[in-house]
Design a protein around this ligand. Sequence first.
Ligand code: MLT
Length: 410
Amino acid sequence: MAYLNENYLKLQAGYFFPEIARRVREFCEANPEAAKRLIRCGIGDVTEPLPRAAVEAMKRAVEELGHSESFRGYGPEQGYEFLRSIIAQHDYRDRNIEIADDEIFISDGSKCDCGYILDILGDQNKVAVPDPVYPVYVDTNVMAGHTGQGTKDGGYEGILYLPCTAENDFVPEPPKEHVDLVYLCFPNNPTGAVASRGQLAQWVEYAHAHEAILLFDAAYESYISDPEIPHSIFEIPGARECAIELCSFSKNGGFTGVRCGFTVMSNSVLARTENGRRLPLHPLWQRRWSTKSNSVSYPVQRGAEALYSQEGHKQVRALIDHYMGNAKLLRGAAADAELKAFGGVNAPYIWVETPDGLTSWEMFDRMLRELNVVITPGAGFGAQGEGYFRLSAFNSRENAEEVARRLKNL
Ligand code: MLT
């Protein structure tokens, strides 16, 4: 009989968001009237239609594929040049960040990249994650065998958890001890916190001192409105040598269902072999894509390219303004309900302390039963998420206003 990957058996629960969906489904089946009033502020999934520029570009691209003179088969495994170069130019070089076109790798989204990147990193690495954290960073490491067994508090042996609390404004400091890989996400999912230039510089300094790599998730960078807050880890001097950035069109272009993102892998990031050679990761990443993928479909890449056009840019801005309008409403309503709320200013998530000493799952149940609103319980993001819940601003304005009204009855 074939052997299975026993690392999967270490996973302590089903993936977090399907688990929430299951509980909501059960509630709706048992309460059909309440189900009609249900509003979802749980998973951070976009609700508004795609930017028109992307829709038209994808339609044109599909049409091209339908004619022999413009038909295309397999594309370049790392993504089409037209998309790689517009990203490198617009997101980096226009901001005075030195990134070459071939340092951009197109993918089907940054959730997927979180798993893919482990293909080229060794099993020996000591990994650090913030707590609370986007569960994908942890689960992919468990699946890859980079951790020990689960612990009682929902964590895993072998991972260093960096507490993010109200005391440190949900931005962890570099640890005293050595780690090889550090996951950072700013603007943060789930807390909505942002890191200042100084705080990120401390991390780059740590990475240099420890020859560590920072895996920087910038999926929510376009929600930053404060001009002092960096959008990319590469704004910090020295980051080219120690950081890999994960980016996504899901939350700016509304591509959660379309699927497109990218990683920025500079030619200067090195990692070591068992016998002490220091080698660049870029050729391994290049090789990984050539072997395991044929990239994202041509129409989707044209759709992503269109987000950078003048029209596309305006439409993306309008989407972000829409969601941030919701965030403002929800954060205000939480405060009016005398809840202690964080985030929601440079990020589409509001991180709220549970009232009356409720656990985060108790709060989830209460919000579902009393207000018919789905939230995300903080404990699902890690032990430090206990006592908090996350409100997502991804919704229609009408729903956000209704949630704000319902919060008054809490
Ligand atoms: C979330 O709700 O945390 C996000 O939707 C997860 C994701 O982007 O994969």
